[in-house]
Design a protein around this ligand. Structure first.
Ligand code: FMN
Length: 451
């Protein structure tokens, strides 16, 4: 492992943007873009702001279903109800940005590898080598209902499909050698047929002949990201992921995951520095701690009780919609054998929380870590997690947009630079260059090198 000093200047930052912001009540903030989900100019402003700050990447999540649940609550909560397909959005970003990485989610459960390989190869070409794919197996049952299923396939089955899916995509990206397209008018030769490879994949889930109808991506393969929390998810990440967004709440937890994930990579022939761990950071920044606290409290005050109750209902697996918010949780109805739920119930009991107090604590950032404070306070936190090898960087999730991003960029980024923790200029042209990731050789080059 590196010494603390050697780690300086190498933090990676991504912007993770839910349309109006990450806070559950973001859209009610008077400075949030109220129609953000379907407002392309809003997204362009975010992308360009993040690029001016030299962020490594922008990440946009996805689910192929609108959120399900109690409409009385959903009508007050726009997240995942009306927003763009992120790969389309990224194609738009490619033409209004030059250097920032463009990472979009696509599900391996509700796509076919040929479509996805083609889409991300296209994005990589269109952006000059800036594409990234967040590989998800999908965990929202509502997605199944849109694809002819009554339920999601079991967790392990989804991951088995994901592994084969990624293997097929990589095979398709290798369809053409990097120099296959000679495009020589004098000999009337467009491509060299010796540099074209048919995949002929026959597996458990897919049968794909190939070749892909796009040239090999500039990055070889787009950068692969993942956010698995389960053991199967972590194993998958150790095998394929180059960025991991897994949520982390304490530094000790982060350090454990850092060692765990990087330690699992060797058996896949990978080096630990070829995986960047970048959990979400809900940073609410103000010029002073007091100002930041006021912003946070204001956002918290905007959470509607129906939304708070709905969020807790989903998390605890029990319908709280008719219970008084200032009363206790119905502990006798909650099945606390589910690990995540058990932790929440223990917290609520320990602190003797009412439903309102509990949703206020939980709902704002859906249980993810929130750091509220001055630029110095937030930079201290980032610095500590980075230097103590808990993370390689963070996904900045502004509470409301565009203001929250602007605050982070204007207040926290200069403070990180003052401490020599963050770049002042992009290192290279591609997302791989900026993350310090190698460009993968085609499998056929590997074979040629071995012969
Ligand atoms: C920062 C972050 C972003 C995520 N983005 C998506 C997403 O866009 N779409 C999705 O279906 N799941 C997303 N997830 C969920 C994960 O892909 C994963 O399913 C979840 O963390 C549970 O882990 P497991 O698959 O190992 O059980 C995200 C998780 C995190 C922490």
């Amino acid at each position: 492992m590196k010494t603390l000093r050697e780690r300086r200047g190498r933090i990676h930052l991504g912007g993770f943007f839910h349309p109006t912001g990450n806070h559950v009540a973001a859209w009610l903030h008077p400075d949030a873009q109220i129609d953000a989900g379907v407002n392309f100019s809003h997204y362009v402003e975010l992308a360009q702001t993040a690029e001016r700050a030299k962020f490594d990447l922008i990440f946009i999540a996805d689910t192929v279903a609108a959120r399900d649940g109690n409409l009385d609550a959903l009508k007050r909560w726009p997240q995942y109800m009306a927003f763009f397909d992120p790969t389309m959005l990224m194609a738009g970003f490619a033409s209004v940005t030059q250097r920032i990485g463009l990472v979009a989610t696509a599900s391996t459960s509700f796509n076919e590898p040929y479509n996805i390989a083609r889409r991300f190869a296209s994005l990589d070409h269109m952006s000059g080598g800036r594409a990234g794919w967040n590989v998800v197996t999908s965990s929202n049952p509502a997605e199944a209902y849109n694809f002819g299923l009554r339920a999601l396939p079991p967790h392990d089955e989804r991951y088995a499909r994901a592994r084969e899916f990624v293997e097929v995509c990589r095979g398709l990206w290798d369809s053409w050698d990097d120099d296959a397209f000679v495009r020589d008018r004098s000999s009337a030769l467009y491509f060299d047929p010796r540099k074209l490879h048919y995949l002929r994949h026959e597996g458990r889930f897919f049968s794909v002949r190939g070749p892909l109808n796009v040239a090999r991506p500039p990055q070889g393969y787009p950068v692969l990201a993942n956010a698995g929390v389960s053991d199967t998810g972590k194993e998958f990440a150790a095998d394929i992921a180059e960025i991991v967004f897994t949520p982390l709440n304490t530094l000790a937890e982060a350090q454990t995951l850092y060692r765990d994930l990087k330690g699992r990579m060797e058996k896949y022939g990978r080096r630990p520095e070829h995986l960047k761990i970048m959990p979400g950071l809900n940073a609410i920044v103000g010029r002073t701690d007091e100002e930041a606290r006021e912003t946070h409290e204001f956002l918290q005050s905007l959470i509607h009780p129906d939304v708070g109750r709905q969020l807790l209902s989903t998390e605890l697996g029990v319908d709280l919609s008719s219970l008084p918010v200032d009363g206790p949780l119905p502990y006798h109805l909650i099945d606390a054998s589910v690990p995540q739920r058990k932790m929440l119930v223990e917290q609520a009991k320990r602190d003797n929380l009412t439903i309102r107090q509990f949703y206020l604590r939980y709902a704002g950032a859906r249980g993810q870590r929130t750091v509220v404070g001055s630029p110095q306070h937030i930079a201290d936190d980032i610095e500590e997690w980075f230097l103590k090898e808990g993370v390689d960087g963070f996904l900045v999730q502004p509470a409301y947009l565009p203001g929250g991003l602007k605050d982070f960029v204007e207040l926290v980024v200069p403070e990180l630079r003052r401490r020599d923790l963050f770049r002042t200029e992009y290192e290279g042209r591609t997302l791989r260059d900026n993350l310090g990731l190698p460009r993968p050789l085609s499998r056929y080059m590997h074979r040629a090198a071995a012969e």
